[in-house]
Write a protein that binds this ligand. Sequence first.
Ligand SMILES: [Zn+2]
Ligand SMILES: [Zn+2]
Length: 346
Amino acid sequence: MEILRSVCPQCGKPSAGLCNECRAAGTEWFTCDPRVETVYCPVCDSRKQGKTWSDTTVDREALLHELAYSALHFHPDLRRPEAEFTFRETSPNRTAVAAEVRGLLYGVPVAGTCTTRIVWVREQCDRCNRISGGYYEGIIQVRATDRRPSVREIDRAAGIAGELETSLQESGERLSFVSKVETTKDGLDIVVGSNRMGQLLAGEIISALGGRLSTHPKLVGERDGKKLYRITFLIRLPRYQRGDVVVSHGRYFEVRSAAQGHLQVFDLQDGTNRVVREDEAERLVGNVGDAERALVAYLDDGVIGILDPKTQEAVECRALPWLHPEEGGSMLAIRDGETGQFVPVG
Ligand SMILES: [Zn+2]
Ligand SMILES: [Zn+2]
């Protein structure tokens, strides 16, 4: 009868062929690159991978781990690889890494150590390059009809630009940046890095503030074989803005929206919604955004007694059917500089 050879040829332990321990011991189960290079922009911290720049989305600690881990290469049979790193900055552009590596190979726990070096290469990114070179594709000019845009409108437009930039950048549109926001004697100029952004921004400003858009493209040359246009997006805000209180035929109206020479208004006397022609508005009293909060001191038949917020003197205004003031409560009013009257607005 033949006796089966059932021991490991290397260590003599009972095994059908080479035992797992000897197999693991004879396998190079990981290698470690001596250096890992990473290209980053010293201005905005973007990273370049291959030819593509992207914003860093992880903190430095996580980035160090990611880079160090990328230096390690494991045998396909290794299970549950684990690595622990210790970092030491050896110069402004070098980080020394000591790694302890563990895993399971053919069911045998294995462990080892290695060292690598992270090399930080500084390079100006595509976006910073455009910004520092003064590159831009669009200018949004915010202007108004027969007036200068108000501080509120200018702040709102600038705020929209900032929010849009953040959301486009977060969605990966790196070249959609705002390179300049400047108030001029006529309004506000916003300089942007891409025409797509210019179009979006002009649309958002108009939906928030009203007005009309006209675009004026100008061919300025070529870039990467494509014709390069710079576009001026001219926004003309309406004569009156939302929240303006105007006088027309002796009544006070609050403007809700303005389009094509007509105003949608809220009648501050009877609380109805109406449409009036823009040229029927005789004068501007103020804007509800600047309304003052006044204490309601008393209510008398048809009369509301409020305290002038500036002087604390009692003044009376007419009770309005759409207003429901309470004694001891407060209400919003704007001061008509021409008549000295308080106009309740809410
Ligand atoms: Zn063996
Ligand atoms: Zn950059």
